[in-house]
Design a protein around this ligand. Structure first.
Ligand code: SF4
Ligand code: SF4
Length: 388
């Protein structure tokens, strides 16, 4: 295993972190196959992984529920006497916070589930811009100060899918942020906070943790022929998993990559890759860019996310509606994109809020008929009821 310094935390983290949101299950998502999951965690730790990521809702029945991932991780660490060997990383469910006291209520419940007195890293989970303003009004920064001084939490940060401007705004408001988790893979360099976000994290010495390195497995399953032909031209032959992970570990602004692993075989494979120094040549780096360009040819519309059409006077999140539609076409996984569409975009900002006023049309740099595209997005994803 290879290790990196995590920003200014003083921690050394394995460059592969163990994500526990996709553990093997038996009958339902809430029903973790504990024997298989324990074997995976044990192998991971014995082979150098020193950080585990979990969160309040992972492995719950509903999206806002109290999940079993934290409970399982807590039991595993206790039974194997591993708590002090591992950096434990969990997250406050920011969307569930309604009043100031809720911060403490959830943290105490999480510590109980995890069977520990402290967590090493505590993030505000999946922070959206409205949730950031909400928790700020509820004095979240005072709560974080108290967590740090009481020792219940050693380092604080946030995870988010927001755009880079908001990421920077939040980072600049609190000098004690030490860790941020963002989505990154070779397709997402300019999606959400992307490479610009990573660049800023490096500049301010905040540890960078990566989620979705394989885009939920979509960069490694059902590889289109056009993409495979490109991989076959590489100077160094790699598997799709190696391409995706080594792309990240070739970046000097990435500290730790979390992979949500589902089988022991995946753990073994990822550890082997994480233990190998594999410098990607300039030719192969260009090939990765070509693969990304090829995936983009499968897009559903031409939106470049330039943002000139925003804000919509009626509150439609034009960029993310068109983007999730694009991703669904590009990656061929409509269910996963629907999940993103309905969880990342607020009720009032989805495609069905467009009233066809056409005020955005003159601003589109790609001459997209935006209301028409939004109608397609609406027809494609349907209503939330169809999916959950
Ligand atoms: S046409 Fe739709 S997306 Fe465009 S400005 Fe009007 S409501 Fe907003
Ligand atoms: S102006 Fe056009 S291309 Fe730019 S974000 Fe809006 S819809 Fe997309």
């Amino acid at each position: 295993m290879l290790y990196n310094e995590l920003g200014k935390t003083g921690l050394e983290v394995s460059r592969l972190g163990f994500g526990t949101m996709r553990l093997p299950t038996i009958n339902s998502n809430a029903d973790i196959d504990e024997s298989e999951a324990s074997a995976m965690l044990k192998y991971g730790i014995e082979n150098g992984i020193n950080i585990i990521d979990t969160a309040f809702p992972y492995h719950s029945v509903g999206i806002d529920g109290n999940g079993n991932s934290e409970r399982f991780v807590g039991e595993f660490l206790k039974e194997n006497d591993l708590r002090d060997e591992i950096l434990l990383h969990t997250k406050s469910p920011s969307w569930l916070i309604e009043k100031k006291e809720d911060f403490d209520t959830y943290l105490d419940l999480q510590l109980e589930k995890l069977q520990t007195d402290y967590v090493d890293i505590y993030l505000l989970h999946s922070l959206t811009v409205p949730d950031w303003y909400k928790v700020k009004d509820l004095e979240v920064l005072d709560f974080l100060d108290e967590c740090l001084s009481s020792g219940k939490v050693k380092h604080v940060g946030f995870s988010s899918h927001i755009e880079v401007d908001y990421l920077i705004e939040i980072l600049d408001e609190y000098p004690k942020w030490e860790v941020v988790m963002t989505q990154m893979n070779y397709l997402d360099e300019y999606y959400q906070s992307g490479v610009m976000g990573l660049d800023y994290l490096k500049e301010v010495k905040v540890g960078s943790m990566i989620m979705e390195p394989l885009r939920g497995g979509r960069l490694v399953n059902n590889i289109p022929d056009e993409v495979q032909k490109l991989w076959d031209m590489a100077e160094t032959k790699r598997t799709p998993v190696e391409w995706a992970l080594q792309y990240l570990w070739n970046r000097d602004d990435v500290d730790c990559v979390f992979s949500g692993m589902t089988s022991l075989e995946q753990v073994k494979q990822n550890i082997e890759i994480a233990s190998t120094i594999d410098k990607i040549s300039p030719y192969d780096q260009e090939l990765i860019r070509e693969v990304a360009r090829t995936y983009r040819t499968f897009l559903g519309n031409r939106c470049t996310r330039c943002g000139y059409c925003m804000p919509c006077p009626h509150g439609v999140d034009i960029i993310n509606c068109l983007t999730e539609y694009n991703i669904a076409h590009m990656m061929g996984d409509p269910k996963a994109s629907a999940m993103q569409y309905f969880t990342l975009i607020d009720d009032d900002s989805r495609a069905d809020s467009c009233i066809d006023c056409k005020e955005c049309l003159p601003f589109c740099t790609q001459m997209i008929d935006i209301p028409k595209e939004l109608q397609r997005v609406y027809e494609y994803f349907g209503s939330e009821f169809d999916h959950f």
